[in-house]
Design a protein around this ligand. Structure first.
Ligand code: IMP
Ligand code: MG
Length: 198
């Protein structure tokens, strides 16, 4: 992993950073591109037949999803899923409902749910059970990053880009208070700025 600051410390001020400092770049653009290409090949090989519906969980997956689907060399459909937490949305209670899900029938289709980062995995666990009610042929998860913090993972993630450090990460779709999604790399915020209001 690189330990280059993305801001003036490295001699390059990144105008995307709101004047704030990132602690380090955890995954630079080239590293992301190479791994996304490999994931695309893995996914292509994993689905030799059948209809494949790639569902991006909004908003965090949008950058990853856009790059990933262009590396999958087979027919597929792209759609999105929007989930909302019940109750006070600050904690990942895992109690989610679908605000938007594809209208097309998913019965008998392969569903690949694409997520930016798995932390406890509780959101995905709940989503998985909601989507399995639609009787897909298969239902797998692809996450760019996996924190692997839970001793007992809530949900199996079939395709993982990278194991992530236990730091608060932003960029390549991941946000802090809706900022930084457009960074072309994944960086960790300085501790003082990494308050956990996701
Ligand atoms: P989980 O339900 O605990 O797995 O929470 C996963 C969700 O928390 C992800 O979809 C992200 O929106 C958010 N999240 C977890 N870790 C980070 C992080 O380091 N940066 C930004 N968002 C994160
Ligand atoms: Mg988020």
């Amino acid at each position: 992993m690189m330990t280059v600051a993305a801001s003036s410390a490295a001699g390059v001020a990144d105008p995307r950073l709101l004047g704030r400092d990132v602690r380090r770049i955890a995954f630079d653009a080239e590293t992301l591109r190479a791994r996304v290409r490999e994931l695309g090949a893995e996914i292509t090989a994993a689905y030799p037949d059948g209809d494949l519906h790639v569902l991006g969980l909004l908003k965090g997956s949008f950058v990853f999803l856009a790059d990933l689907v262009r590396e999958i060399r087979r027919p597929l459909y792209v759609d999105f899923v929007v989930a909302a937490s019940y109750g006070d949305a600050m904690v990942s209670s895992g109690h989610v409902r679908l605000v938007y899900a594809p209208e097309a029938s998913l019965e008998g289709k392969h569903i690949l749910l694409v997520e930016d980062i798995v932390d406890s995995g509780r959101t995905l666990q709940e989503l998985k059970s909601l989507l399995s009610a639609r009787r897909p042929r298969s239902l797998e998860i692809c996450a760019l990053l996996h924190k692997r913090i839970a001793a007992q993972p809530a949900v199996p993630v079939r395709f993982v880009g990278f194991d992530a450090p236990n730091e608060f990460l932003v960029g390549y779709g991941l946000d802090h208070a809706e900022n930084f999604r457009h960074l072309p790399y994944v960086a960790s915020l300085k501790q003082s700025e990494a308050v956990t209001d996701r």
